[in-house]
Design a protein around this ligand. Structure first.
Ligand SMILES: Cc1cc2nc3c(=O)[nH]c(=O)nc-3n(C[C@H](O)[C@H](O)[C@H](O)COP(=O)(O)OP(=O)(O)OC[C@H]3O[C@@H](n4cnc5c(N)ncnc54)[C@H](O)[C@@H]3O)c2cc1C
Length: 383
């Protein structure tokens, strides 16, 4: 365990790594970063498979995208990005379509050749025909946005698999909008900046944490430290908030995913990085083929896929997506009150906030937390 550090950072994902980097470089403070996993990078961790040479994202495909210039410029200190632009395909009844629904999807699905304005009126008509005036569940909400046929094909089975719950039993406010385009733009994200770190996510994290003021201890669980935590002036905790309080108010619900990894003796397995599977009778939701994230790299002879199976998170599974039932939100409020009473501890990141947040929002939350909360505490101490 690190000696002579003033601040303990629990979690070497983006939240912990950004705060560690800022403390070390901007405030000149010694920090100790621990992670219970054997690697840095949190859920963004990637590594190159020895057998195939393919760089795999171990916790699912991670595509960096942002329109926030501060976030983008901050990351450019540690990495360059390649020119990858994300496009998602969906298989339904053995046909392949692009997602989110665009003019190409609509024309292929309905077997027609509509112009953008014809397609917009056609979908309006489909929505009216479905006759859902006051949606009370996810199914009705989705139908009120895109009409029943597109819902049945692209949303119903996928949602059922992802949440293992009938969409009629999920609250309407799970979705506020379903992106739909009336042109042939197939890009998944609309952000100004997008790409994959040129040398991979792990290299990015290595560079962030490579500083004489930062010590990293892997395979180290915060809950095993016991009395040793008392030595730190400040703890930045990016683990699950309910676990910190020993689940005193109850457990927050998470969904997780299981990946089935396969190496293939061909140079290209599916022709794209992510293929969704919309049919409810197919037990998985997506297949990731990571080599497509690096079109600039030398072409490899073989490839790797990860097939994604969603499931409920039990005690031994990594939490991935917060379920956010009304009970969860009530529990979260109670935990947030407890968190405010922990003067020496700052909670953050996707597990600490119990919120799904993209990488850019995590980085911005960490930068803001450092600037608005941590820096002033450090300055006071130094005066
Ligand atoms: C399947 C999936 C795909 C995603 N794809 C994208 C994408 O394409 N683009 C995008 O922008 N975002 C994506 N995200 C979101 C992205 O993963 C998060 O924004 C990011 O990982 C959040 O960083 P974090 O530091 O908050 O959490 P994490 O990366 O989870 O880091 C938290 C760390 O804390 C450690 N920890 C927890 N408890 C303890 C403990 N007791 N002791 C020690 N260490 C502990 C964990 O081991 C973990 O390493 C995706 C998320 C998921 C689930």
């Amino acid at each position: 365990m690190c000696k002579n550090s003033d601040v303990l950072i629990v979690g070497a994902g983006f939240f912990g790594a950004v705060i560690a980097e800022r403390l070390a470089v901007d405030s000149g403070i010694k920090v100790c970063v621990i992670d219970k996993r054997p690697h840095i990078g949190g859920n963004c961790y990637s590594s190159v498979d020895d057998e195939t040479g393919v760089e795999c994202h171990h916790y699912g495909s991670h595509i960096f995208h942002t329109s926030n210039e501060r976030c983008w410029n901050y990351l450019l200190n540690f990495t360059q990005f390649n020119a990858y632009r994300h496009v998602v395909h969906t298989k339904y009844r053995n046909q392949v379509y692009t997602m989110p629904i665009n003019l190409g999807t609509i024309n292929a699905f309905y077997g027609c050749n509509l112009t953008p304005s014809d397609a917009a009126s056609f979908i309006r008509h489909e929505v009216e025909r479905s006759d859902v005036k006051h949606p009370v569940n996810l199914e009705e909400k989705a139908i009120s946005l895109i009409g029943r046929p597109l819902y049945d094909a692209f949303i119903k089975g996928y949602t059922l698999k992802q949440w293992e719950t009938d969409p009629r039993e999920l609250p309407a406010d799970v979705i506020t909008r379903l992106p739909m385009r009336f042109d042939y733009n197939t890009r998944y994200f609309d952000d100004v900046h997008e790409g994959i770190p040129l040398n991979g996510y792990s290299r990015l994290f290595e560079r962030m944490l490579d500083h004489p003021n930062i010590e990293v201890c892997l395979n180290t669980n915060f809950f095993d430290l016991g009395e040793r935590c008392k030595n730190y002036e400040l703890i930045v905790y990016s683990g699950p908030i309910d676990q910190y309080f020993n689940y005193s108010e109850g457990r927050l619900n998470w969904r997780t995913v299981r990946f089935d990894m396969q190496r293939h003796d061909c140079s290209d397995y599916q022709g794209c990085s992510v293929m969704n599977y919309a049919d409810s009778w197919i037990p998985f939701t997506r297949i990731h083929e990571f080599k497509h994230f690096h079109p600039e790299r030398q072409q490899l002879q073989s490839t790797i896929t990860y097939t994604e199976y969603p499931q409920a998170a039990s005690q031994n599974w990594d939490p991935f997506y917060p379920v956010n039932t009304p009970r969860d939100l009530e529990l979260l409020q109670k935990y947030n009150v407890l968190a405010q009473q922990e003067n020496r501890v700052i909670f953050g990141g996707r597990l600490g906030y119990y919120r799904y947040i993209d990488m850019d929002d995590t980085i911005m939350a960490a930068l803001d937390c450092y600037e608005n909360e941590i820096r002033s505490r450090i300055a006071l101490r130094l005066i």
